[in-house]
Design a protein around this ligand. Structure first.
Ligand SMILES: O=c1ccn([C@@H]2O[C@H](COP(=O)(O)O)[C@@H](O)[C@H]2O)c(=O)[nH]1
Length: 280
């Protein structure tokens, strides 16, 4: 099944737009895990098993593994998700971007080495840098558009002139370019931060039903109601609303996985209260 098919099924099956971000920070792990040589895998696997029926996707962030020399744990975690929770897509948050010959290897890293179903990429180097990802038609390519951080304004809001369509902001140009030109295989999505609801509405207005990965609720303070009302599609889906720290570190004791589950239930229910249309 392709990433887009898995995502559509997971939205329906779990009645959820929640994406749980897997950002392990060993310093925040419960004391019981501190002596565990495989603590990153143990922690993330417990979170996954406690929340898999509540999510439309999982999103491990590669730096949180690589910084701890834990790429092997990341690979085994993704294999565990596919094995124990088939049908829940895995988005590798790697924000890759390089010239085509190198991007080819980044695509192989995400999809073949790690077995991810989708990967985040940076469009700054242009179409040829994203092409090796786009060519993997069964995989999702989730392109940075308007990110959640304060500095998103520095470049993404710059006015640009498009010869055929006049003035617009850079993120608006990215949104339209991806929806119109880069999505020939139907495998593109965009990243838009929850912390900028007006820009989220603007992007949704430019891209039809293209899925949006929306980080920034929870620890970054994004407003859930605004995200849903400004970002959902007519059938009440179209969003992967991602939260990492607010779910992973909801508890700090041995019951951390139960606390994470409770936080994921609360987020799913809050989102669903604001959805215009719930799937059948
Ligand atoms: O615009 C972006 C793009 C990616 N991220 C990533 O999402 C999570 C957010 O973590 P929280 O703990 O829920 O704040 C993290 O992995 C970021 O690298 C983002 O925040 N904004």
């Amino acid at each position: 099944m392709s990433f887009m098919q898995s995502l559509a099924h997971a939205w329906q099956r779990n009645d959820s737009l929640v994406c749980v971000g897997l950002d392990p920070e060993p310093a925040r792990f419960p004391g019981a895990l501190r002596g565990d040589p495989d603590a990153i895998l143990t922690f993330c696997r417990a979170i996954v098993d406690a929340t898999a029926d509540l999510v439309c996707a999982f999103k491990p962030q590669i730096a949180h593994f690589a910084a701890h020399d834990a790429e092997g744990a990341l690979r085994r975690l993704i294999a565990h998700i596919h094995d124990k929770h088939p049908g829940v897509p895995v988005i590798l948050d790697a924000k890759r971007g390089d010239i085509g010959s190198t991007a080819q290897h980044y695509a192989g890293e995400a999809f073949d080495r790690y077995g991810a179903d989708a990967v985040t990429v940076n469009p700054y180097l242009g179409r040829d840098s994203v092409q090796p990802f786009l060519d993997r038609a069964d995989k999702g390519v989730i392109i940075l558009c308007r990110t959640s951080n304060p500095g998103a304004r520095d470049l993404q809001d710059l006015d640009v002139i498009d010869q055929s369509r006049g003035g617009r902001k850079l993120y608006q140009h990215v949104a339209e370019t991806v929806a119109r030109d880069w999505n020939a295989n139907g495998n593109c999505a965009l990243v838009v931060g929850a912390t900028y609801p007006a820009e989220l509405a603007d992007v949704r207005g430019r891209i039809g039903d293209l899925p949006l990965l929306v980080p920034g609720v929870g620890a970054q303070g994004g407003d859930v109601q605004a995200v849903v009302s400004n970002g959902e599609t007519a059938n009440g889906t179209g969003l992967m609303i991602s939260s990492s720290r607010a779910i992973l570190y909801a508890g700090s004791g041995e019951d951390f996985a139960d606390a994470a589950r409770a936080a994921a239930v609360a987020l799913r229910d809050e989102i669903n209260r604001h959805r215009a249309t719930l799937p059948l």
